[in-house]
Design a protein around this ligand. Structure first.
Ligand code: HEC
Length: 128
């Protein structure tokens, strides 16, 4: 009985994660995202996202310019979630872009994505 219950729970969790990822709606809180961004991402991507953070000088390739609205608006929410959560190699980019899933919760990743859209690129996903 216990086993059945945990299988049911696992199924519900899997389904809700799938629903979250397929739902392209913005579900993050930009103000919360700014806190995480400033703590973690700004060191490489820069406080305003231009890719000019203190650690960027030593990096090759350089961190992407996240303030580039023309570029960032071509990246879907799923793509952003994947690269932030699993790191550059998950989307064919450099491992210098690390995986943050061990540091940030799912909600915190959505918060950071909301912040990037609202205040860094000031853009939304436009489709390719
Ligand atoms: C150690 C430096 C470093 C840190 C810290 C870092 N990044 Fe990156 N990031 C990079 C580099 C380098 C690239 C470019 C990789 C490439 O071009 O192959 C990149 C690329 C990206 C991209 C572009 C993906 C694409 O498809 O073009 C996004 C989005 C991104 N980072 C978001 C973040 C967020 C959000 C954080 C904080 C949670 C973060 N990064 C933290 C170095 C970093």
């Amino acid at each position: 009985m216990k086993k059945l219950l945990s299988i049911a729970l696992l199924l519900i969790m899997t389904l809700s994660v799938a629903a979250t990822i397929s739902n392209a709606e913005e579900k993050g809180n930009a103000a919360e995202g700014k806190v995480q961004y400033d703590n973690i991402c700004a060191s490489c991507h820069g406080a305003t996202g231009k890719g000019d953070g203190v650690a960027s000088a030593a990096l090759d390739p350089k961190p992407r310019d996240l303030s580039d609205a023309a570029y960032v608006s071509t990246l879907s929410n799923e793509h952003l979630y994947k690269v932030i959560s699993e790191g550059g190699p998950a989307v064919g980019l450099s491992p210098m872009m690390a995986a943050w899933s061990g540091v940030l919760s799912e909600q915190q990743i959505w918060d950071v994505i909301a912040y990037i859209h609202k205040d860094i690129c000031k853009c939304e996903y436009k489709g390719n």
